[in-house]
Design a protein around this ligand. Structure first.
Ligand code: PGA
Length: 248
C-alpha cells in the first residue's frame, strides 16, 4: 500500500511568526492521520519550523536544493546546509523553478542525484504547459521530463523519490485537471517508471497531483486509483484548508 501524502508548498510566503502560528493552529488537528503531512517552506523558516515541529508528524522540507556541496554559487543552498538544520526533504524541479529560473531536465537530474547522495528525500515535479496540452503533446513532454529526471538514478534509492504531476495550466489558476485526466497522466507516469525500472518499483512509487488542489476537490482526486496525494500551493497557506486536505 502506498502511503498518501499531503504536501504544502508555501512558495515565497510567510514570516517565521506566521509559520509558527500556522503550526500551532494545525498540529493537534493533523496528528491522527494515516497521511504523510509535509510543508515545503522558505529557507528562512526551515530551522525554526523544523525545531518547532520536533516530535510531531509534520515534516518540514525545502523548496529547492543546489547540485554542489559548497563553493562559489551565490544565492544557492547546498544539501549539506539543509542537513545542517535537520532538513531531510526537498522539492526539485517545480514548474516555477523551470519557468523563471531556467531549470532544465539536466539540472533537475543533477539536483536529484545530489540530494539522494546526501540522503535527502525528493519530490520531483513534472507537468506540461497549456500550449503543449492543446497540441496533444502532454504525454511526450512528461515522458521526456521523467526520463531526464531519473537518468542514472539507481533502483535502490527510488523509495526516497516521489513524483508530483503538476500541469502548469492548473497551478494557481483555479483550474484543476479533471480527476480522470489527472489519474490518466499519473498512470502514464507509472508506466514510464515501469519501463525505466520494473513493475514492483512502479507500483510502489508514490505519485501526487498538484494544481489548484483544495478541500472541495481533494476527495475526488484521492478516490482515483493512481493518485497518491496532493502537492498544494494556495490552499496550503490557510490552516483550516490545509487541515481539511489532510483529513480529506
Ligand atoms: P496551487 O499550486 O495549489 O496554488 O495551484 C500548486 C503548486 O505549485 O505546487
Amino acid at each position: 500500500m502506498r502511503k498518501p501524502i499531503i504536501a504544502g508548498n508555501w512558495k515565497m510566503n510567510k514570516t517565521i511568526d506566521e509559520g509558527l502560528a500556522f503550526i500551532d493552529d494545525i498540529k493537534a488537528r493533523v496528528k491522527d492521520t494515516d497521511v504523510e503531512v509535509m510543508l515545503f517552506v522558505p529557507y528562512t523558516l526551515l530551522k525554526t519550523m523544523k525545531d518547532y515541529t520536533k516530535g510531531s508528524n509534520i515534516i518540514i522540507g525545502s523548496q529547492n536544493v543546489y547540485f554542489e556541496d559548497q563553493g562559489a554559487f551565490t544565492g544557492e543552498i547546498s544539501p549539506l546546509m539543509l542537513k545542517d538544520v535537520g532538513i531531510k526533504h526537498t522539492l526539485v524541479g517545480h514548474s516555477e523553478r523551470r519557468q523563471y529560473f531556467n531549470e532544465t531536465d539536466e539540472i533537475v537530474n543533477k539536483k536529484i542525484l545530489k540530494a539522494i547522495e546526501h540522503e535527502i528525500d525528493v519530490i520531483v515535479c513534472v507537468g506540461e504547459k497549456l500550449e503543449e496540452r492543446e497540441a496533444h503533446r502532454e504525454a511526450e513532454v512528461v515522458r521526456t521530463q521523467i526520463a531526464g529526471a531519473f537518468k542514472n538514478v539507481e533502483a535502490d534509492v527510488l523509495n526516497r523519490i516521489v513524483v508530483a504531476y503538476e500541469p502548469i495550466w492548473a497551478i494557481g489558476t483555479g483550474k484543476t485537471a479533471s480527476s480522470k485526466d489527472a489519474n490518466d497522466m499519473i498512470a502514464f507516469i507509472r508506466s514510464e517508471i515501469e519501463k525505466l525500472y520494473n513493475e514492483d518499483i512502479s507500483e510502489e512509487m508514490r505519485i501526487l497531483y498538484g494544481g489548484s488542489v483544495n478541500p472541495s476537490n481533494i476527495e475526488d482526486l484521492m478516490n482515483q486509483d493512481d493518485i497518491d496525494g496532493g502537492l498544494v500551493g494556495g490552499a496550503s497557506l490557510k490552516a483550516d484548508q490545509f487541515v481539511d486536505l489532510v483529513n480529506f
